[in-house]
Design a protein around this ligand. Structure first.
Ligand code: HPA
Length: 291
């Protein structure tokens, strides 16, 4: 991308993000009469959950004004608005990542759109590498806090007060009540779920063993390449956040074997049923909590 283009893009982002989000929200509302208060970002492999929504409309990202298009394998690229147990929900089948070449503002634009749609809670899901020894392949972990090592913040640049304040608080970015509900529902379903700290890196190369030792030393339990820009953007607008990671692999250097994306996708696929079970159990409870 040329320097001039980058500068123009930055200027657009500063002046029109609110209007662009409104345009996208209006477009989405023209396709459905449902008005979800909760939205889900379905990461690697989990997009299938949105195929189970009833009374659903499926809108390809490419049709939604200003929406980024996903290029990552396992990220279909549809926004599905439908019902889960008669509760209206918005489900993103896949997200975009910094490593695809998108800006951090593009990555979090869908959350801006959710804010304009009146969404009050988001469930962000992802695949992550397990750093803490108990976080073995296939485990589901509730994110309790994060460390942003992506070198970018979606709120950089002029602040639009219509979204939220200049300096949003991140002391409890991951809603306490949502976490409690999720760990409780996990136990009820016989899935031991723990809480952990998620470190976000830019990717796309996986970490080195030395980087994983560093991440462990600074307090990270999980590592991944997404979610944090969405969390910051959601909190900026007062949207309550639940984050759940599927540990798809032991982080680099923990086991004496190389990492590969196939392993990530295979684990996500294997755990999908369990993960969807947790989502179905928590959605009504979160919606009751925000009512
Ligand atoms: N590192 C970073 N991102 C990831 C990993 C990992 O080990 N697994 C799934 N996403």
């Amino acid at each position: 991308m040329s320097r001039r283009k980058t500068t123009k893009k930055a200027a657009d982002a500063a002046t029109g993000e609110f209007e662009r989000a409104e345009l996208a929200a209006d477009f989405i509302f023209s396709k459905t009469s449902l008005r979800p208060s909760i939205a889900l970002v379905l990461g690697s492999g989990l997009g299938a959950f949105a195929d189970e929504f009833s009374d659903a409309v499926k809108i390809p990202y490419a049709e939604i004004p200003h929406f980024p298009r996903s290029t990552a394998v396992g990220h279909v690229g549809n926004l599905v608005i439908g019902n889960v147990d008669s509760i209206p929900v918005a489900g993103m089948q896949g997200r975009v990542h910094l490593y695809e070449g998108y800006s951090v503002k593009d990555v979090s634009f869908p959350i801006r759109v959710f804010a304009r749609m009146g969404v009050k809670a988001v469930i962000l899901t992802n695949a992550a590498g397990g750093i803490k020894h108990e976080f073995t392949q296939g485990r589901l972990v509730v994110i309790k806090d994060h460390i942003n090592l992506q070198g970018a913040n979606p709120l950089s640049g002029p602040n639009d007060e219509r979204f939220g304040p200049r300096f949003p608080d991140m002391t409890v970015a991951y809603d306490r009540r949502f976490r409690e509900i999720t760990v409780g529902e996990g136990n009820r379903l016989g899935i031991g779920m723990y809480e952990g700290v998620y470190a976000a890196v830019a990717g796309p190369s996986y970490e080195t063993p030395a980087e994983i030792r560093y991440l462990r030393a600074i307090g990270a339990d999980l590592v991944g390449m997404s979610t944090v820009p969405e969390v910051i953007t959601a909190r900026h607008s007062g949207i309550r956040v639940l984050g759940i990671s599927c540990v798809t692999n032991a982080a680099a250097g923990i086991l004496d074997q190389p990492l590969n994306h196939m392993e990530v996708l295979e684990t996500a696929e294997r755990v999908k049923g369990q993960f969807i079970g947790v989502l179905k159990a928590v959605i009504p409870r979160l919606v009751a909590a925000i009512a």
